[in-house]
Design a protein around this ligand. Structure first.
Ligand code: ADP
Length: 309
């Protein structure tokens, strides 16, 4: 079973408008509300591909209840209740643009932060792979993910970590290493404090920097250009065909689902990397964020090439 972790989930509300009018009323006919946050996108994709998945994280209030009711039916619910309200994130789709209004979410108390660590530890018994995604809510220390990684490491469970900024930096600086990180090129540049190109020699060089020591897998996703990966001392480039893109938001989360699934099924490096990229591409072909149409899986799978570089 894969355990996904979403510490700051949201109800994602989408308002499609022909035109966004400022300083007046905008009426919306067709509203969609889904369980969101990067970890819940990962969760949905894992459920869609038929893997055994449980979701944990922090939820609260009526939004928290709504979120539970809207999870895929095959997802085992292991959320931890907090006193604050789960947030709303609003995306206004207008004139081909997307204007977002993102609530910060609840502030977590020290008791809740400690309580979740104990609960997470108890979940380690049944988890085979742990997949942690997204930002930390206010109130949690910046190295909170390092504490989760430590507990997973103690239980001998591999961890896929997809976060950015200070939270990722704190994990990289801690002695507790995740098994896999999946920065995109922008996140990698931010982490290293310098612009990183897609040049293979440059990518090879930067992934050998001491900052990444002790991390078994680094998978750098490159959008329409596929991915570059380092597993131990071996480097790979994944080449992907051009596809018709509808909405690439959530492709990185779908890639994380593929990586987690590859680890669960103990797939070869090639199989894991192809699965991860195919799921990212399938998500990019759909309107909904964090959703894949498995009917198109095999046809894409057969077109992908992983070469050692
Ligand atoms: P993130 O969402 O984290 O920025 P990426 O945009 O790199 O991640 O997307 C993850 C994966 O999804 C890519 O490695 C690729 O396989 C696929 N993908 C994303 N965008 C596209 C695109 N425009 N065309 C084809 N595949 C894409």
């Amino acid at each position: 079973m894969i355990l996904t972790v979403t510490m700051n989930p949201s109800i994602d509300i989408s308002y499609p408008l022909d035109e966004l009018k400022i300083d007046t009323v905008n009426r919306v006919a067709e509203v969609s509300k889904t369980a969101g946050g990067k970890g819940l996108n990962v969760t949905r994709v894992l459920a869609e591909i038929g893997d055994n998945v449980a979701a944990t994280g922090l939820i609260g209030g009526t939004n928290g209840e709504f979120l539970l009711q809207n999870l895929h039916p095959n997802v085992k619910q292991c959320f931890y209740n907090i006193s604050g309200d789960t947030r709303n994130c609003i995306a206004i789709l207008h004139e081909g643009k997307q204007t977002e209004i993102l609530e910060a979410g609840p502030t977590i108390t020290a008791d809740e932060a400690n309580g979740f660590l104990h609960y997470f530890k108890s979940l380690m018994e049944s988890a085979e792979v742990v997949s942690i995604s997204g930002s930390l809510p206010a109130g949690l220390p910046v190295d909170y993910y390092a504490s989760l990684v430590e507990l997973a490491n103690q239980a001998g469970k591999p961890v896929v970590l997809d976060c950015s900024g200070a939270a990722l930096q704190a994990v990289l600086e801690s002695p507790h290493k995740p098994t896999v990180i999946k920065p995109n090129n922008e996140e990698l540049s931010q982490l290293l404090g310098k612009e990183v190109s897609e040049d293979l020699d440059e990518l090879k060089e930067v992934l050998q920097e001491p900052l990444f020591a002790g991390i078994e897998w680094i998978i750098v996703s490159l959008g329409a250009n596929g991915a570059f990966a380092k597993h131990g001392d071996t480097f790979y480039k994944v080449d992907i065909p051009r596809i018709q893109v509808v909405n690439p938001v959530g492709s990185g989360d779908s890639t994380v689902a593929g990586i987690s699934s590859g680890l669960l099924h103990k797939e070869s490096d090639q199989e894991l990397l192809i699965k991860a990229n195919v799921l990212g591409m399938l998500n990019a072909q759909e309107k909904m964020t964090g959703h894949v149409n498995m009917a198109n899986y095999q046809a894409l799978y057969d077109q992908l090439l992983v070469k050692e570089v």
